[in-house]
Design a protein around this ligand. Sequence first.
Ligand code: MG
Length: 259
Amino acid sequence: MKHDPIALRVPDEVAAIGEACRVVHVVLGELQARVAPGVTTAELDAHAEARLAELGAEPAFKGYHGFPACICISVNEEIVHGIPGPRKLQDGDLVSLDFGAVKDGWYGDAAITVSVGRPAPQAKRLIQVTAEALARGVAAARAGARIGDVGAAVQGCVEAQGFSVVRDFVGHGIGRALHEPPAVPNFGAPGTGILLRPGMVLAIEPMVTAGRPEVELLGDGWTAISADRSLCAHFEHTVAVTEAGPLVLGTGNTARNVA
Ligand code: MG
């Protein structure tokens, strides 16, 4: 099997990707604060687009393979690639915000899942487990480890709680393009797959369902939902593999910043 080369970024390049990620996290924080009953997903998208311009960045998703918006907003049983529109958020909804920015030609990508108002117990646990799965995946992204170690860390965390990782969508390398090699599955066996080397920059993004892992595509051609209509959550960080350990980009921390 032929593999495209995986870019190894020098520290200045990692810092430039970090700048794009910083924009992503600034805007995601603002979006999180705006999530409330009655707010439409199109309003969130409009805010993101306006803020990108103010921050000297461009949307990474808009126009990507024809995607029509800046943010993917996926609600409840929607897992990824939901298209913003007139839908009004309701109390108790689980809202995944997946957002990418381009700054000075470098891409950053991150996702969070938040509840509208107080989450139901299952939704709260799904958020906590998915966030923890991301943290474990990030912690596994060490130089000398393999890509399967990342997937195994995510999968183990999720399945131990009775939830499922989606197989149909995976994380990815990122840098000069939104999606670069390698694929970063949220499942796998320890010690398998490509060797992680300093300078690799990976978007690690567990997508988790409260039920089974199968997904279906809605008629809009984008929105993926859990086939069993179970609740879904999605968290993502852009992470640099460094000699000093995994570095989460754009969150304001400059040192190893995961447990
Ligand atoms: Mg991504």
